[in-house]
Each structure stands twice: as C-alpha cells, then as structure tokens.
Design a protein around this ligand. Structure first.
Ligand SMILES: [Zn+2]
Length: 360
C-alpha cells in the first residue's frame, strides 16, 4: 500500500491510497478555486445538552448534477476536464470537503444572547472516494478494494483524532437519492467532531450504568449470537444482526467479536474478514425488493479522549425503504419526540435478509 499526501489548488489536503507502490501521484490541481470558507459556529442547546452546527456557508454551495460521469467531480481528471482529483486514475482518494460543516479554518464568534453558548466548529470533514469507477457501488467492490477503503478509514481516524479539539471521528456513507445524495459516484464521508455525538453519549451512558456480567455491547452481541433469530450473516470474527429493538424497517448492526475502540485498532485478519461479510449484507439489501436500497452506513467509534474502554466499534446500517415503492419518513413521533415506530418486525427483516445472503 502506498499513501501519498498532496494539496488541491485552494490548500485542501488530498490523500491517495494505492495498492501499487509505484503509482504516480504528481498531478497538480490547476483549477482557479475560491478561498476556503471559515468553519461553522456551534451553538449549545441547554434543553437537550446538544451542540448544533450553524453551517450557513453550505447554503451557497453549488448543487452538483447527478447522473453521468461527464460532470462528476469525484471521477478522475482527464485531458479535457479537471475534477477534485487531479490524477487520471486512482484506487482510493480522500480529500477535505470544499464546504465543510467543521474545519480548522475558523474566524471569530460573538455572543448571540439567550442561554446558548457559541464556539467555532473546529474539526474536519473529508470525502472518501471508494473507487474511481463511477458506475460501481460499495456492494460491488472486491475484497481487496474494501481492505484499501478500511486502510483509509483507519488512517484518517488515527490522524483526525490527533487534531486539537476533535472529540470523535465518524466514517459513514449515505447512499441513494432518497437519502439526499446528489452525487452518484460511490463515496462516503468522514466527520471529525469537536464534541461527542448525542447517540454515542446515549450508548456510552447506558454502557456505564449496565450491571451485567460483561461489557454492554459485548453482552448484546453474545445474546444475539445465542438467540440466532435475528442474525443475518457471520464468520469467525464478525456477526451481522438486526437489533431486537430496531428503529428502521431494515437495520443491521455489524460487530467484530473482539472489543476494540475504533477502526485503527482492527487487525489485518479482522479487516480481511469484514470485507466479504459486509458486501454480502449490502447485496442482500439490494436484493430485498430488486431495487437500489437507499441506506446510511455508520461506523460507531469510541470518542477520542474519554470512555474508550467502554466503547465497542460497530457499524450500524439502515435503510428508509420499507416496501418496493414506500419510504419510511420521519414524521411527528420520530421527528418531534424521537419516539420511533417501526412497521417491520426485526425477526421478519432478519429472515428476509438472511434468505438473500443464503442465495448467494
Ligand atoms: Zn464519478
């Protein structure tokens, strides 16, 4: 594996991860780019104890056309077209988002009155191009390519954790127009947050209060493996299951059998075993209704500076599609109250997904 750090015309970092050690990464970004915007501001909601990022500059970003590779900014550059990636080809490429919600480039912030505290949105947002093949998808990546993506995630997790003020690193993929994705090119994102996210805080609070024999996450995994009714797929080192109290119609959690805090802590063997398991679960999603499943795939990693011994790296994958032409929308109960109502029984969802995995 070869890792090459370079810079785009406006100073943003671009990092290539190549399988070949002799890949030439000397291409230069010659586009005339505007200077980078300053970071968002964070405002504290004293009622929910949550930070909200006010990323006003994101409203001005250009909405990029969907569809063809002819206009895609994530495809490699060519003689006639310059994209975000100056090289004519790449394996995996990671670059700083042009319109980030969090950034180390911040201005000054003023008191806004009320009970809200305000501070700069220190952090970083990156885009991960999973492949140079515009028409591919994560589910179609080879095991070797998934390994390279995992290498990139682990590298970015370790490096972004080192930024002063960063408290949590989140690697994720949003897929499908239904999720609001404007770019068809297979890609994900990484957010380095200046706070511990609400869902992680909830889970770690529960883990701290748990009185069971082991770690809460480990005991949940062990109980799901013992019950078996919601297990979708598994191997020696990983298990994928629908959680007993799933919130989404089709939701799968993927856990390594060994408790580790983050992606950087996974062994070679664990990374190798994850690749085929995860892509088979993604293909099972697409096989459910014979149409592309919109999904969110979210790596839950330990915070950078606290509760690392309590946390348990795992992936939470879910779709908002509940039937061939029906989507689950977050309506009053979910949006206003955070109270979920799920139309699909987890055991039924697991059975359907398991049948798809078995058919492969
Ligand atoms: Zn593309």
């Amino acid at each position: 594996m070869k890792r090459t750090v370079t810079h785009l015309a406006d100073g943003r970092e671009l990092i290539y991860f190549d399988r070949r050690d002799d890949a030439d990464r000397s291409a230069i970004d010659r586009r005339p780019l505007e200077p980078r915007p300053v970071a968002s501001e964070l405002r504290y909601d004293p009622l929910t104890e949550e930070w909200i990022a006010m990323a006003g500059h994101r409203q001005t970003r250009t909405f990029l056309p969907t569809g063809t590779s002819a206009e895609c900014p994530l495809c490699p550059s060519s003689d006639t077209r310059a994209t975000e990636i100056p090289a004519y080809d790449y394996d995996v490429a990671v670059f700083e988002n042009r319109f980030p919600s969090f950034s180390t480039n911040f201005g000054t912030y003023q008191d806004v009155g009320g009970l809200s505290e305000v501070r700069p949105g220190v952090g970083r947002c990156e885009v991960v191009c999973f492949t140079s093949d515009h028409s591919s998808s994560f589910s179609k990546l080879s095991d070797a390519q998934v390994r390279l993506v995992m290498e990139a995630w682990a590298d970015r997790t370790a490096e972004l954790s080192g930024i002063e003020g960063v408290e949590q690193v989140f690697c994720f993929e949003n897929r499908g127009e239904e999720i609001g994705i404007t770019l068809a090119h297979p890609h994900g994102q990484i957010y380095a947050y200046p706070y511990v996210t609400p869902r992680t805080k909830l889970q770690l609070g529960a883990a701290a209060r748990y009185q069971g024999p082991g770690n809460l996450f480990a005991d949940v995994l062990a109980a799901e493996r013992a019950a078996g009714t919601r297990v979708v797929a598994g191997n020696e080192l990983w298990t994928a299951f629908v959680p007993a109290a799933a919130r989404w119609p089709y939701e799968v959690h993927v856990y390594p059998h060994r408790q580790v805090p983050d992606l950087a802590a996974l062994t070679e063997e664990e990374r190798a075993a994850f690749a085929p398991l995860y892509t088979s679960v993604l293909r099972a999603f697409d096989g459910l209704f014979g149409v592309v499943m919109p999904y969110i795939s979210a790596w839950h990693q330990a915070p950078v500076r606290r509760d690392r011994e309590l946390a348990y790296l795992h992936l939470e994958l879910f779709s908002i599609r509940r039937a061939p032409n029906k989507l689950k929308y977050l309506a009053g109960s979910e949006s206003a109250m955070g109270a979920f109502v799920n139309d699909v029984l987890p055991e039924e969802a697991a059975h359907m997904l398991r049948s798809q995995v078995d058919q492969e």
